[in-house]
Design a binder for this molecule. Structure first.
Ligand SMILES: C[S@@+](CC[C@H](N)C(=O)[O-])C[C@H]1O[C@@H](n2cnc3c(N)ncnc32)[C@H](O)[C@@H]1O
Length: 241
């Protein structure tokens, strides 16, 4: 999976860090668009209360997949937990380093390698359960994580349900996407920031039951699946032996 070029997420994160973000728009490929400076700025804040409760269960060495600007890495570090972050945006990783994250790497999970059983847990917060873009892409990521996390170690993955996704007209968008050959639950977006326009990227919006079915096929035993906001849910799974 190539490094995004232009790295518009990284540009937006760098601009927020410098206090100079002028505009940021997330555009769906049917034209619907949303102003997202507040959403992007929220990644610089502390983890959300339900995330703190989940992070508190972790110990040892934790991998943050799609770590953004490192809000969960910083929390883990401050609580004495070894935290390793990966993100395919070089700008995001640069901002992580400036914010004091100790161990961060540019790359997607399918392009990086870590030794087997290297981590005690992996986290995918901020709706990152679907960053694989397709069912197969997500399965490839979960399989890799199951290899890197020791047996009994945890995966905590946040997802957003397609059926109650907050973007308007989602049902019609999804139906039109499927008629055009896209998988059910896939949303195609691009980020536009200042004068830069990013490439289209795909995100899977899973129903909780879909993730509960998919994870056991990729080396994970689902422990629980909990709703947290109208459309957001968290799956906790344990790496199988
Ligand atoms: C919505 S942000 C969430 C950031 C962070 N997890 C948080 O909650 O603060 C998604 C992040 O995932 C990264 N990302 C998206 N797809 C990725 C992939 N395939 N591999 C690595 N990083 C990815 C983006 O660059 C972005 O920084």
């Amino acid at each position: 999976m190539p490094i995004p070029e232009p790295d518009v997420w990284g540009l937006a994160f760098r601009r927020i860090h410098e206090g100079s973000l002028r505009s940021a728009v997330l555009r769906r490929d049917d034209g619907w668009a949303e102003d997202v400076p507040e959403m992007l700025a929220s990644y610089f804040g502390p983890p959300e209360p339900h995330q703190v409760e989940l992070l508190s269960r972790l110990s040892g060495r934790v991998l943050d997949v799609g770590c953004g600007v490192g809000r969960h890495l910083l929390w883990l570090q401050e609580h004495g937990i070894e935290a390793v972050g990966i993100d395919h945006s070089p700008g995001a990783i640069e901002v992580c380093q400036q914010r004091g994250c100790h161990d961060v790497h540019v790359g997607a999970p399918v392009d990086l390698d870590f030794p087997g059983n290297h981590f005690d847990a992996a986290i995918m917060f901020g709706n990152n359960a679907g960053i694989g873009g397709t069912v197969e892409g997500c399965e490839a990521i979960f399989r890799r994580l199951a290899r890197w996390v020791r047996p009994g170690g945890l995966l905590i993955a946040e997802g957003r349900e397609a059926a109650v996704a907050n973007s308007p007209g989602h049902a019609e968008y999804d139906a039109a996407g499927q008629r055009a050959g896209h998988p059910a639950g896939q949303v195609r977006w691009r980020l536009e920031c200042c004068d830069e326009i990013g490439d289209w990227f795909a995100l899977m919006l899973f129903e909780p039951e879909e993730l509960e079915r998919l994870l056991p096929a990729t080396g994970w035993r689902v422990q629980c699946c909990t709703p947290h906001q109208p459309s957001l849910f968290v799956v906790v799974a344990e790496a199988a032996d």
